[in-house]
Design a protein around this ligand. Sequence first.
Ligand code: CP3
Length: 334
Amino acid sequence: MTHTPVWFMRQAGRSLPEYRAARGSGSILASIAQPDVAAEITLQPVRRYGVDAAILFSDIVVPVHAVGFGVEVEPGRGPVVAQPFRGAGDLARLRPLEPEVDLPYVAETVTLAVGELASFGVPLIGFAGAPFTVASYLVEGGPSRTFARTKSLMHTEPGLWAELLDRLADMSVAFLGAQVAAGAAAVQLFDSWAGCLSPSDYERFVLPTTRRVLAEIGRTGVPTILFGVGTGELLPLMATAGADVVGVDWRVPLHEARRRVGPGCAVQGNLDPALCLAPFDLVAAEARSVLEAAGAEPGHVFNLGHGVLPETDPGILGALVDLVHTEGRAGVSR
Ligand code: CP3
């Protein structure tokens, strides 16, 4: 590949009319559990935008939902947990994930999607939530601004915290393993909310478990991406987690992100998704700054700094892909 590869987090989603049509009005977890629907939604952005990768249509809470922890996804809000994780007694609610029994529909979706993607020559990226970000939903009971209960738990009961993270790590490894076995060509670990942590807390309470997930999944041979929002101060630590690529949000320019992650990792990002609501000449100027900041050396995957916003005009994203393909020169990741 001579151009910079490009895909978008949340490229399959509410900004696409064909997504809204395929998804209907039921629970997102029900759509995810229907392989024909989930594979169709996975393919939609590839057809419409010509992106260089598809990302599996699923969610980070699918494994904990599948073992019966009691997680639902509320429209417009996100994951909510009726009985949050409060103590050692709740560990029993997180039994090991058996992908073929608990979520056979995920491997079926991957198989269907990979089969259809072959005619486009486009790979499928699988994904899982990183243990910290999934734990934050289980402990807080829903989306949070402060992550106060989560931070309190890790400091006051570090042993219990470590056990919780270990169980979630095993689930992520099993979830990712099933996706890779069914044909996913790369995986992204979403530690979306890790940016709420200080570097020392990240290093002590999160990094060791993240490292284990990446090491175990790295053994399958697929490239790995580690992403979080607001992680500017964590980038040097994230670069030691063992991922091939570190995702960067829009707050740190990519030349600086490259300096912080060092030569061992490629970078992915990082156009501000909110700017995609602007007229295309502004989007184009911002996209060119991202390409320029990334430099011409290999090891840049173009993406947004976080997910596509539902209000985004799909035409803007299509034109953005064309611009990156025409002007991006970073080639494939190193
Ligand atoms: O295109 C893709 O990126 C693949 C699909 C995908 C979804 N969720 C589908 C989805 C991916 C990669 C995820 C991961 C995910 N889920 C993350 C990590 C990524 C990130 O945004 O940082 C997180 C934190 C979640 C939890 C979650 N699920 C949230 C915060 C929400 C949004 C709530 C809302 O309605 O605004 C969801 C629901 C969800 N997952 C939607 C989609 C397309 C939107 C709801 C819908 O269509 O009903």
